[in-house]
Ligand binder design. Structure first.
Ligand code: FAD
Length: 402
């Protein structure tokens, strides 16, 4: 392929060093693909990620999981509790990993530890890195050129992992469908008096879910979805006042609480790219899809994106073909579409069913959860699909190298 004047060359450039970009770069490099990672230093992220079983398997296969494990807490059960004060309330439902033959549904880990583990593995694999943002991307029939602040990089394929406001997506001319919910998520981590017993608890309120997810020791992460004003009010509280308010909202389930430093406030949006790939650019993670933080789907989808593009690139290379060719991008788009669409629709429906004041919709939600609670095969099928989607299990998620 042609070399950019005074520039860098690689087969694939991954743009963005969040978790989706780092996993993509590691999977590509582990498959022997000459990979350039273009990623400015990571910003502070106090959130946590519930990594479902397939994601944990992929990280273990890529040699990342050992560094995550000391910081991760297993999730052996998930409780859904209707905490609305409505007439038609849903029954409490508990999902247990043992019911589907698993020890855990997955593990919850602070993003800073996940990122550190991924960066450590990327360094071991000697992935070349530009620690500054990409300024522009342009594609032509033979390759793509990435403009950097000190020159150009020429590659066959760009993996756009540059998040919600993706430069790569714009460069590929891919539009999005975006919806802004009237909700904000307040995130923080807590220490508490009672053990969580490896159980995540999701209280469903009229304003959205209030979810406590285990961290190691007597600690949990909280994602509290509220209307924007209440979220601002809570965020403005002192640590002790906020801890008391959270304990009240958690019905003292985990005893006395104290709030750790580092809070986040996130407007809730859903956004889907019209296509996952075009013009030598394949989108992964939030560059391709943004979901509200319900049911721990967002990054798990992003990791499946990274695993899929790495698998396709490795396969195309074995056949000595162009890894950025239109048919490669079409294959990636086709393989990701159903997984992304089904999760986006399911999370959106669940969120809207909480917000709606429409009685038949509330009744439908209550009935669905009643059936899930009562019908064991239905509950097991739902759990299996939530943890490991039948329609998209890239090799890494099955414990095989790409
Ligand atoms: C409150 C909350 C809780 C969540 N909990 C979960 C959960 O439990 N489980 C789950 O699966 N998901 C969860 N998610 C979703 C998850 O956090 C996101 O899917 C994930 O962070 C997206 O990762 P990413 O790598 O795609 O994007 P990001 O983390 O946004 O990374 C994008 C990176 O690209 C870089 N970048 C941007 N522009 C450029 C450029 N021009 N050049 C180079 N680099 C660039 C940025 O600096 C950034 O580092 C949650 C989300 C929220 C809001």
């Amino acid at each position: 392929m042609s070399t950019a004047p005074e520039g860098k060359t690689a087969e694939v450039a991954v743009i963005g060093g969040g978790p989706a970009g780092l996993v993509s770069a590691i999977a590509l490099a582990a498959a022997g693909v000459d990979t350039l990672l273009i990623a400015p230093p990571a910003e502070d992220d106090h959130r946590t990620t519930a990594l479902l079983a397939g994601s944990v398997t992929a990280l273990a296969t890529l040699g990342v999981w050992d560094a995550c494990l000391p910081h991760a807490a297993p999730l052996v059960s998930i409780r859904l509790i209707d905490d609305t004060r409505r007439l038609l309330r849903a029954p409490e439902v508990t999902f247990a990993a043992a019911e589907i033959g698993l020890d855990t549904f997955g593990h919850n880990i602070e993003n800073r530890h996940l990122i550190a583990a991924l960066q450590g593995r990327a360094a071991q694999l000697n992935i070349s890195r530009v620690a500054a943002p990409a300024l522009a991307v342009a594609s032509d029939h033979a390759g793509a050129t990435v403009t950097l602040d000190d020159g150009l990089a020429r590659v066959r394929l760009v993996v756009g992992a540059d998040g919600q406001h993706s430069l790569c997506r714009a460069a590929a001319g891919i539009g999005t469908n975006r919806y802004a919910y009237p909700q904000n998520a307040l995130t923080l981590n807590l220490r508490h008096g009672r053990p969580h017993q490896a159980a995540a608890t999701e209280f469903h309120t009229e304003h959205g879910p209030f979810t406590l997810v285990p961290l190691p020791d007597r600690r949990s992460s909280l994602v509290c979805v509220l209307d924007p004003e209440t979220a601002q009010d809570l965020n403005a509280m002192t640590g002790p006042a906020l801890a008391e308010e959270i304990e009240r909202r958690a019905h003292s389930l985990l005893g006395r609480m104290s709030v750790e430093p580092g809070r986040g406030l996130f407007p809730l949006t859903a956004e889907s790219a019209d296509s996952a790939a075009r013009a030598r650019i394949a989108l992964v993670g939030e560059a391709a899809h943004v979901l509200p933080p319900i049911g721990a789907q967002g990054l798990n989808l992003g990791l499946r994106d990274g695993a899929t593009i790495a698998e396709i690139v490795a396969d195309v290379r074995r056949r000595n073909l162009d890894v950025g060719a239109p048919e490669v991008l079409a294959r990636y788009n086709a393989q990701r579409r159903a997984d992304v669409m089904s999760r986006t629709v399911a999370v959106d429906m669940l969120n809207r069913s909480l917000l709606t004041g429409f009685i038949p919709a509330q009744a439908m939600r209550g009935l669905s959860l009643y059936l899930v609670d009562r019908i064991d095969p239905l509950r097991r099928a739902l759990m299996r699909e939530g943890v490991a989607p039948t329609m998209s299990q890239p090799r890494l998620m099955r414990g095989e190298m790409v």
